[in-house]
Design a protein around this ligand. Sequence first.
Ligand code: ZN
Length: 82
Amino acid sequence: METGARFCHRCETEIPAARVKALPQTQLCVKCSEETGGELRITASQRNYAKGKSLKKNYGDVDVRFERKPLPIKVVRSTHDE
Ligand SMILES: [Zn+2]
């Protein structure tokens, strides 16, 4: 398990420990994730258990896939911002 602080890929501020715990794969802070529309694309599809040529749809489990979107470009924040 990874320990220690993790920093945002985009703005380099520290990602809160609670966020890292909830989303271990995260590379963005909350603000950057909101500004870029999230870092993961989640798709769900139903698995079909019907026999080969059957037109019947015997849906079973739902497959959920998480795809990482390309990481956003880093932002340079001025030290004079207030
Ligand atoms: Zn950030």
